[in-house]
Ligand binder design. Structure first.
Ligand SMILES: Cc1cc2nc3c(=O)[nH]c(=O)nc-3n(C[C@H](O)[C@H](O)[C@H](O)COP(=O)(O)OP(=O)(O)OC[C@H]3O[C@@H](n4cnc5c(N)ncnc54)[C@H](O)[C@@H]3O)c2cc1C
Length: 395
């Protein structure tokens, strides 16, 4: 029988979160362990990372999420500092600092105002605009049924998610992290500790730490360790369209919940189901184009009359990894299995939160504590106690 391979840290899932954990661990001068990143599909064709809308904002409702995103912006704006390799610049991620614009009706205005107060208190450059001010700034916007809007003035926008993923992977590899192609099918336990993982092809890797970075499949990985994680895989579609009239919009979140933003010379739009609309747990990636006709187009054409005349170019679907307790990430160890670490349940904001999550888990592994952002409010303890740490600005 062949001896199992051994790593100090095995990371299950090698997309943005897994590669961020690997990068920040290997960047540490005080830690010199072996890191293996196990990824079932190194094309990342169906991972959330490559199918996302790739946008970043500071307009969250909790100070912690603001801080977490702020580090994401810092990294994206100074990519060379964080992810440069031997003086070579990382792949260009084409950050467009276009801002987010959250729109509110009369009913939504109090929430917008209270979020605004939190954001201002934490140094976010954000402006609360009246309908008149919105019209003056964005003449293409229908403000008739609006009570106000919140516009990010800096540090918000969109970028190339695949390029960011490649930049992280390249950096992690350059520092000695190893990538293994394979599917984790078993998490081995030795009493109150994780002993390692077993892959579908029979290989065994023993480990001092196992990190769950499996995105929408995170609950399945947790279950392999005998743990419950309330993270559900929910299909989200993105529609890509063009419009003859140029609409220089921020990433705009309409009162209907539908969002749109420029994508190069064109636009993308999407939305999460609301109210009674079904939102099943699924790994299905089929696009339902009738959703564009029924939900997306009426909403965007109402908000931007120029969008009456648009052409749907293409569409795709990906999966949000929804934390059904509170729409926030679960970061850190399981209390009963302290060497099994979660970085899951980002609920649609995991691309922008991956840098801070990766750095936090690297700190935890190397020192047993958080050094920069204290992630304890996002720890598993709240899940066990059924006490939500809720984010209100979920798109
Ligand atoms: C349509 C859409 C729009 C989005 N828009 C944004 C946005 O604008 N901004 C933002 O911040 N976030 C956004 N998100 C969310 C963001 O994409 C995710 O939160 C983030 O990519 C999660 O990264 P991850 O690495 O955890 O998961 P993933 O990217 O899904 O990666 C998980 C990896 O684990 C691998 N894996 C799974 N199981 C196993 C196993 N058993 N063995 C080995 N490997 C395994 C998978 O193959 C996969 O590559 C969006 C998501 C979608 C779907």
């Amino acid at each position: 029988m062949t001896r199992p391979d051994h790593a100090d840290v095995v990371i299950v899932g090698g997309a943005i979160v897994g590669s961020a954990v690997a990068t920040f661990l290997k960047r540490r001068p005080d830690w010199n362990g072996r890191v293996l990143v196990v990824e079932r599909d190194p094309t990342f064709r169906t991972s959330s990372t490559t199918l996302s809308a790739a946008s970043i904002r500071l307009q969250f409702s909790t100070p912690l999420n603001i801080e977490i995103s702020r580090f994401g912006v810092e990294l994206i704006k100074h990519l060379e500092t964080w992810l440069g390799v031997d003086g070579q610049p990382p792949p260009e991620v084409d950050f467009v600092e276009g801002g987010y614009l959250f729109l509110a009706s009369d009913a939504g205005l109090p929430i917008l105002e209270s979020n605004h107060a939190v954001q201002r208190e934490h140094g976010v450059e954000v402006a609360l605009l009246t309908p008149m001010e919105l019209r003056a700034r964005f003449p293409w916007l229908n403000v008739d049924d609006l009570a106000g809007g919140s516009l990010g003035l800096a540090d918000e926008g969109w970028f190339d998610a695949y390029a960011l993923l490649q930049a992280f992977r390249r950096k992690a590899r350059s520092l000695g992290a190893e990538e293994v192609t394979g599917e984790v099918v078993e998490i081995e336990r030795d009493g109150g500790r994780t002993a390692g993982v077993r892959l579908a092809d029979g290989r065994r890797i023993t480990a001092d730490w196992v990190v769950n970075a499996a995105g929408p499949r995170a609950a399945g990985i947790a279950a392999m360790a005998g743990l419950q994680l309330p993270v559900s895989s929910r299909k989200r579609m993105v529609f890509h369209f063009d419009c003859r009239t140029r609409v220089a919009s921020p990433l705009t979140i309409d009162t209907s919940g539908v969002y749109f933003r420029p994508e190069g010379p064109n636009y993308i739009a999407g939305s999460s189901p609301h109210g009674e609309e079904p939102d099943p747990d699924t790994f299905d990636l089929e696009v339902d184009r009738s959703w564009f006709e029924k939900v997306i187009w009426p909403a965007i054409a109402h908000r931007v009359p120029a969008f009456e005349a648009i052409r749907l170019l293409d569409a795709w679907a990906g999966h949000y990894e929804v934390n059904t307790l509170d729409h926030n990430a679960v970061i850190g160890p399981h209390p009963d299995l302290p060497n099994f670490l979660f970085a899951n349940g980002f609920s649609g904001h995991g691309l922008q939160h991956a840098p801070a999550a990766g750095r936090a888990l690297a700190e935890w592994i190397a020192t047993g504590d958080y050094e920069t952002i204290d992630m304890r409010p996002l720890g598993y303890e709240r899940i066990a106690a059924n006490q939500p740490y809720r984010e209100l600005n979920v798109i």
